[in-house]
Design a protein around this ligand. Structure first.
Ligand SMILES: Cc1ncc(COP(=O)(O)O)c(C=O)c1O
Length: 951
């Protein structure tokens, strides 16, 4: 067994490197640096009491054992989650490929063309299948997508509807139970009223309702004709949102063809394992006229400065940063990796393949329906695609039936009144139909009959799909494994990821996502579990969830954890609602003011508004610290109504503010709760904690601090940890918490993105308390080393009292505009020529770059990055001194794509070599860029969001 300690692989600098860096900065020891950086008043008094670190070998055994405690039954539960067969070519080349899973959200379009194309493909699949004009990529899950649909319908009410105070949303009773729960949660803070009704006696009244939500096929599996209802809704001035199933739409007339305004759902069954609830990509499609209101990210076609077609994130890019509390939604991290997988699945199968799968699923369902009808089992849904809702005779002993199915290791759905449900999927076989038919026949004591060969279509004939879809070239070319493997590789080569070089994005913590942490997520023991299997079949998950919750509570110094939120922003929303519920309970429900520093991430105000808070912005001083005079004044001014203050620590300016304790005290004194955005937890773990500081609730970004990869824009996990007095108000779920009235449900499933918990669990177990604390110290060391090396060339915008930065720092770039015309964007684009992803651009301070190296980057990589930035500084100096032209220079023309470098014609005042190989060592690992600088404005003016015009 290898004795190698995991931490040694996770941490970049060796012991000697650490000494060298400290020495260069004038420190005797790492602790001396830490003491100068992290205020004494908030330091932990004793080390974290976590288990001792495990080696990779030991962890593998442990996680195998945990996995073995999950039991995989044949599952026909449905309810929006289906068995699926992920083509191995997608597992190997996408899900298990660090280029795909470690890349960042494609804000830097020129080095993200691969994943942008993959996401564009996903959007095209969605808009084609739903027959809608525009689709996004992507949302967190179907239930939250429903909430986004409700909010979008609400926000796009007509002036008159707003004036008339129309606040009711009509919802069909036959939608998934989990969707209802999330809708109900999200409606409350905005005082939206949800009215449920049965489709057959539904009456939409434009004087009361602003919108209608339907599901197609519905939760009973039935396929209803909503066409005249939709017409009525439109006549009444309302809008219609439809939850649907992409596979069913290969067979059925899509909602876009019968007038739906919004169509949403989950793309999970397109090759993404169920994974006990997630992560999967929800989709959201709408009409062109609502393009400015669509939540989440949209990929659009544009061109680069030379007119070459290119892709970039359109319209909503960074929308929360610009619109803040006026943002249409708080969605930031979504489920990009899973959306890309679903897109590749559709490409691999093509239209014919998907139609064939859909046909087969329906056919097998029809065969079972026929067999069950033969033995007298009544079907409740007249029509169906893949789901049967059945009524067993009243004298059937349901407990015995349940026991029989469990004995056979089969899961189906059980309802009251002797009703059951069954859903089929692409993995269902004729053998499954025969076994199910046999079990029911024997159980009811009926004579057995061979399953018939019927191919009867049990979908309404006038709702069978006639329109074509997925006609674009991309869906025709890649049906052989060789071809799709090469296509995936071709896209992959266009993207910079952690497999290429450091991604120093401040606030994003692009640390190592170790292979040992990633291994278990593709094991079927974790992947194949339906979120609503009996707990007894998910003992492995339950154990891991328990340990993970305990460890995260311990690390944050708080009392309890909820793992339900699927992203950081979802965590924020959850934390704010927890605060609201607590305040209501202590009869302070009127408190609704949230104090938010001007430097806060845009999702903070966006989420706070969604939770029903009013935002009061607190100033920051010239050092980037919260202006304490302003903070105190505003807290006192609003003391009657103060609900909370929302802080990020260390601040988004990369500084450990020593006023943090005062911030907590002032907030508490004025009746508010303290919420901490945990995006910067990587500077805290093991040294201080939200609990130690006096915070009441915080969210964590497991996709930052705790080693879950960014996946090109998700998955994410945004658990919240709370102090004791808030524990009772944590999210629940009807499935796990039958006794409690669950009025805070923020994800479709009880544990959100459970399938990726093994990554964080592995990270904590293999690092141990010592390793985690050391990682924090090295993250701070690496940032301070970069600050030390770059301060003379650029300047560091903010430092703490003793001149140190936290785990990230802001590089001054604002002066170059006057001296050379160079902007922070030019520097970001020039970095690409050297093979680097830009740091965070213009956040939180406009005109700057925020750098966060993380603990995983080695000294050699830090030095390379320093050399690059110093060389760029020299290139700026050449413009300043007139050696280089002010317009035609390497920065203004950056990045230099391959097609420009290799063109016969070269029009620039500098050479090709300077453009492409600005430092000698760049040759060894040259990252060839696909497109020149992308024209964002052109794309926004000429919005095209599907792939037909891209090929
Ligand atoms: C400080 C901060 N808060 C909140 C968020 C939102 O997190 P998520 O993207 O997971 O929703 C981010 C994301 O970058 C962030 O940097």
């Amino acid at each position: 067994m290898s004795k190698r300690r995991f931490v040694n692989g996770h941490i970049g600098p060796s012991k000697e490197d650490v000494d060298y860096m400290l020495n260069k900065m004038g420190f005797q020891s790492l602790d001396e640096l830490i003491n100068e950086t992290v205020p004494e008043s908030i330091r932990l008094k004793k080390p974290l009491e976590l288990d001792k670190a495990m080696s990779e070998d030991r962890y593998m055994k442990r996680i195998k054992w945990i996995a073995s405690r999950n039991r995989i039954f044949r599952t026909f539960i449905g309810m929006g989650y289906y068995n699926t067969y992920t083509p191995p070519v997608i597992i190997r080349n996408v899900l298990e490929n660090p280029v795909w899973y470690t890349s960042y959200t494609p804000y830097q379009a020129e080095i993200s063309q691969g994943r942008l194309e993959a996401l564009l493909n996903f959007q095209t699949v969605v808009s084609d299948l739903t027959a809608m004009e525009i689709a996004n990529a992507s949302l967190l899950d179907e239930a939250t997508a429903a909430a986004e649909a409700m909010l979008m319908m609400y926000n796009t009410r007509s002036r008159q509807q707003e004036k008339d105070g129309i606040k009711k949303c009509l919802v069909d009773r036959a939608i998934w139970r989990q969707t209802k729960s999330v809708l109900e949660t999200r409606a409350v803070p905005l005082a939206i009223e949800i009215e449920y009704a049965d489709f057959k006696d539904m009456k939409f009244n434009g004087k009361e309702h602003f919108g209608l939500i339907l599901q197609y096929p519905d939760a009973n599996g039935d396929i209803c004709d909503y066409r005249s209802l939709v017409e009525d809704v439109h006549k009444e001035g309302g809008k219609v949102s439809v939850a649907t199933d992409l596979l069913a739409l290969t067979q059925l007339v899509p909602p876009g063809e019968w007038g739906a305004d919004i169509v949403f759902g989950n793309s999970q069954r397109f090759g993404v394992p169920m994974a006990y609830g997630g992560p999967h990509a929800a989709f959201f499609a709408t009409k062109e006229e609502f393009k400015r209101s669509i939540p989440g990210r949209i990929i659009g076609v544009t061109k680069d400065v030379n007119g070459k077609k290119a892709l970039r994130m359109a319209l909503q890019t960074r929308e929360q940063h610009i619109k803040r509390e006026k943002a249409t939604s708080n969605i930031c991290t979504a489920q990009a990796l899973l959306a890309m997988m679903a897109g590749f699945y559709a490409i691999y199968h093509g239209k014919e393949g998907l139609v064939e799968i859909g046909n087969r699923v329906h056919n097998l369902t029809a065969k079972l329906a026929d067999a069950l009808e033969f033995i007298g089992i009544k079907r409740i849904n007249k029509y169906f695609f893949d789901t049967l809702r059945l009524k067993l005779p009243d004298d059937v002993d349901m407990d015995a039936l349940k026991a029989k199915f469990l004995l056979e290791k089969i899961n189906i759905l059980y309802f009251d009144n002797n009703e059951i449900g069954l859903s089929f999927d692409e993995t269902t076989t004729m053998g499954d139909v025969q076994i199910l038919a046999f079990i029911f026949t024997v159980f009811l004591g009926k004579p057995y009959r061979e399953v018939s060969k019927t191919n009867e279509i049990m979908m309404p004939l006038d709702l069978l799909r006639k329109s074509d879809f997925m006609k674009q070239e991309v869906f025709k070319k890649y049906h052989s494994e060789t071809e799709i493997m090469r296509y995936i590789k071709r896209l992959e080569r266009k993207d910079i990821s952690l497999a290429h070089s450091m991604i120093s994005l401040g606030s994003c913590t692009m640390k190592l996502n170790a292979a040992a942490e990633m291994f278990p997520i593709t094991w079927s023991e974790f992947g194949a579990l339906h979120p609503f299997v009996p707990i007894s079949q998910a003992q492995g998950y339950q154990l891991m969830i328990k340990y993970l919750k305990e460890d995260l509570a311990l690390i944050t110094g708080l009392e309890a954890t909820s793992l339900q939120p699927n992203s950081g922003a979802a965590g924020e929303y959850t934390g704010f609602v927890v605060i609201r519920k607590y305040l209501k309970k202590i009869k302070q429900g009127h408190r609704n003011i949230a104090l938010i520093p001007a430097s806060a991430h845009g999702t903070n105000p966006a989420s706070a508004v969604m939770a029903g808070f009013k935002i009061v912005v607190v100033k920051c001083d010239e050092k980037g610290n919260i202006d304490m005079v302003d903070f105190k004044e505003k807290a006192e001014l609003h003391s009657e109504n103060l609900a909370c203050s929302i802080i990020t620590y260390p601040s988004t300016h990369g500084v450990f503010e020593s006023s943090i304790i005062d911030i907590c005290n002032i907030t508490h004194k004025n009746g508010g709760q303290v919420y901490m955005d945990g995006a910067n937890m990587n500077a805290q773990v093991g040294l201080t904690s939200p609990g130690e500081i006096g915070v009441d609730v915080c969210h964590l970004n497991l996709h930052k601090t705790f080693a879950i990869p960014h996946g090109g824009g998700g998955p994410g996990v945004g658990p919240i940890c709370v102090a004791k007095h808030l524990k009772y108000f944590l999210p629940g779920h009807h499935f796990t918490d039958k006794k409690r009235k669950n009025d805070l449900v923020v994800s479709a499933t009880p544990y959100g993105s459970a399938g990726i918990f093994p990554i964080t669990y592995g990270y904590i177990k293999m690092m141990g308390a010592e390793g985690l604390t050391y990682a924090t110290k090295i993250a701070i060391l690496n940032a301070n080393y970069l600050a030390h090396e770059l301060k003379d060339d650029y300047g560091i915008v903010y430092t703490g009292e003793k001149g140190r930065v936290a785990h990230e720092m802001i590089l001054e770039c604002r002066n170059f505009k006057a001296t050379s015309g160079v902007t922070e964007t030019d520097i970001a684009k020039r970095l690409m020529d050297y093979g680097y992803h830009a740091p965070t651009l213009s956040f939180p301070v406009h005109g700057t770059l925020m750098i966060e190296p993380t603990e995983s980057e080695s000294l050699a990589e830090l030095d390379r990055f320093v050399e690059v930035l110093k060389n760029i500084r020299k290139e700026i100096a050449e413009i300043e001194s007139g050696v280089a032209d002010k317009e035609d220079n390497v920065l203004k023309n950056a990045p230099h794509p391959q097609y420009i470098i290799t063109a016969d014609e070269w029009k620039h005042s500098y050479g090709r070599e300077k453009a492409a190989y600005p430092l000698d060592w760049v040759r060894e690992n040259k990252f060839w860029i696909d497109v020149a600088r992308v024209d964002d404005a052109y794309g926004d003016r000429n919005l095209v969001c599907s792939c037909q015009s891209f090929q």
